[in-house]
Design a protein around this ligand. Sequence first.
Ligand code: FES
Length: 76
Amino acid sequence: MSEKPYSPIPVTLEKDKRYSWCTCSHSENQPFCDGSHRAAKATPPLTFEVAEEKEAYLCTCKRTSNPPYCDGSHKV
Ligand code: FES
């Protein structure tokens, strides 16, 4: 069987930088918003910042209970 789709994407998040996490799955720049939700009339992005630089796995399946972070829901 091939690799599961929608695996989380590892990213380095910079302190105090504003990020827009795609909530609608239409972005071609996952896990971040590229503005495609407007044409799709879909849900807007979730904006967030982090207090300290850190490595994180951001959700791409959009089923996480802890957005924008992966909580393992893609495996279910
Ligand atoms: S493209 Fe998905 S939230 Fe903007």
